[in-house]
Design a protein around this ligand. Structure first.
Ligand code: 5RP
Length: 250
């Protein structure tokens, strides 16, 4: 059988999977094939696109007998690593990573990211900060000129639970817009992150921002743990396209 995902498989799978899922898979497969090398310590991101990356990684580890150590960015990533029989590690044993592969909710023209749609932004940013290269895998829907153009849910911000109201007020007073407490399905209660915190989604009012200084302003508010703004961290983005091809930007 064909080791790499060839165009036949892609066009076949795009019919079965729908073009967005096929795009996610194409991007994930290409990134894993191009960037993962034997003996790598690899950061494993979170989200639906990463599932395809881990599947491909497990396939390559088996086929090529690779030795890859995986550091998860979330409970989901940890489960994926365990389910695929990959080697699970952490930042205590492996504080230096060769590469981190992760998804994104939106990527602007400067490769600034909004992340945290799944609420895993803090661990994702910590792991990415320990990696030589952050590789992003996503579908064509995430590609935008300016943040907010495609992803409409705002910037996720992880906050200490007892501080969520003061942080909300400070963001709205200092930066404008609305900072909404993310609620679980059926509004059963707030979403609780893997770190036991809450998420505010900041719907920002302007069309364009200096994201570096905006990120710093938010991070300086007491009670903010981390933001989903990833500024100057991305080495390369693989965008899966609707036709099954993959576009790269660095
Ligand atoms: C989770 C994230 C994800 O990487 C992001 O939400 C993209 O997910 P998907 O691949 O499902 O679109 O940042 O916190």
């Amino acid at each position: 059988s064909c080791k790499n995902l060839c165009s036949h498989h892609l066009s076949h799978s795009s019919v079965e999977m729908g073009s967005v899922d096929a795009a996610k898979k194409a991007a994930a497969v290409k990134a894993v094939d191009e960037y993962v090398k034997n003996n790598f310590v690899l950061g494993i991101g979170s989200g639906s696109t990463i599932v395809y990356a881990v599947e491909r990684l497990a396939e390559r580890v088996k086929l090529e007998n690779l030795s890859i150590v995986c550091v998860p960015t979330s409970f989901q990533a940890r489960q994926l690593i365990i389910q695929h029989n990959l080697i699970l590690s952490d930042l205590e044993r492996n504080p230096k990573l060769d590469c981190a592969i992760d998804g994104a909710d939106e990527v602007d023209a400067k490769l600034t990211l909004i992340k945290g749609g799944g609420g895993c932004l803090t661990q994702e940013k910590i792991v990415a900060s320990c990696a030589k290269q952050l590789i992003i895998v996503c579908d064509f829907m995430k590609d935008s000129k300016a943040l907010g153009e495609k992803y409409k849910k705002g910037v996720p911000i992880e906050v200490i639970p007892m501080a969520f109201v003061p942080v909300q007020r400070k963001i709205e007073e200092d930066l404008g817009g609305k900072a909404e407490l993310r609620m679980a399905k059926q509004k059963a209660g707030p979403v609780v992150t893997d770190n036991g915190n809450f998420i505010l989604d900041w719907i920002f009012p302007e069309k364009s921002y200096d994201w570096e200084s905006t990120n710093t302003k938010i991070k300086m508010i007491p009670g903010v743990v981390e933001t989903g703004l990833f500024v100057n961290m991305t080495h390369k983005v693989f965008y899966g396209m609707a036709d099954g091809s993959v576009k790269e930007k660095s």
